[in-house]
Design a protein around this ligand. Structure first.
Ligand code: VGL
Ligand code: ZN
Length: 199
């Protein structure tokens, strides 16, 4: 039988209303995420986890505005407000997130010089987080993805997982988008093109 995993991406205070990189309605997905967690034997959480001087923060690039793009050694990088700093309240999971049987927490973005949207590979698309090895070792072949944000961490997690041969499904009602200049629509177009199931 196919073994499936629920991947809950970045349901953290900073991505919810009142947080430093608030996603509109980010908190609204929590009840559905919890319900889905109850229906999945295997659950993995991701946690965006940056040092205070992380290179994806606009604050580290004087003269560059928040949400602008710069060129990094590994390609273009959007500059974000400071968010999900190690050990801060903003980096904690939303208080109502309820998935006590989660098997693992993947922290990502902890290297100062490189950002990591995907749960599988950092933004150079080469440095592995270890999730792929975990899934293969555990013989989990299907991944259902929920969480924040639809057009960044959910998107790149889904695309990497699909590209690596896993069966991927994203549950639209259990995600919310940041939507910088049409990135939500762009994500849907990309999913359609790649055959990633959006339910
Ligand atoms: C995310 C931007 C920066 C996300 C994380 O979780 O989608 N987006 N860091
Ligand atoms: Zn981040």
């Amino acid at each position: 039988m196919k073994k499936s995993l629920l991947l809950i991406v970045d349901v953290q205070n900073d991505f919810c209303p009142g947080g430093n990189l608030a996603v509109k309605g980010g908190n609204e997905i929590v009840p559905l995420v919890n319900k889905m967690a109850k229906n999945h034997e295997h659950v993995v959480l991701t946690q965006d986890w940056h040092p205070a001087d992380h290179s994806s923060f606009a604050s580290q690039h004087p003269g560059h505005a928040v949400y602008s793009q710069i060129e990094m050694s590994y390609g273009p990088q959007t500059l974000w407000p400071d968010h999900c700093i190690v050990g801060t309240r903003g980096a904690e999971f939303h208080k109502d997130l309820d998935a006590p049987h989660a098997e693992m927490i993947i922290r990502k973005g902890f290297r100062k010089a490189i950002d990591s949207y995907s749960a599988m590979y950092e933004n150079d698309h080469k440095t592995p987080t270890g999730l792929e090895g975990y899934l293969r070792a555990r013989e989990l072949t299907k991944i259902t993805i929920v969480g924040l944000a639809f057009d960044y961490c959910v998107r790149y997690s889904a695309e990497d997982a699909q590209a690596r041969g896993f069966e991927v499904e994203v549950i639209e009602a259990a995600t919310r988008a940041i939507d910088l200049n049409g990135t939500a629509i762009e994500t849907k177009r990309s999913f359609a093109e790649r055959g990633i199931k959006l339910t």
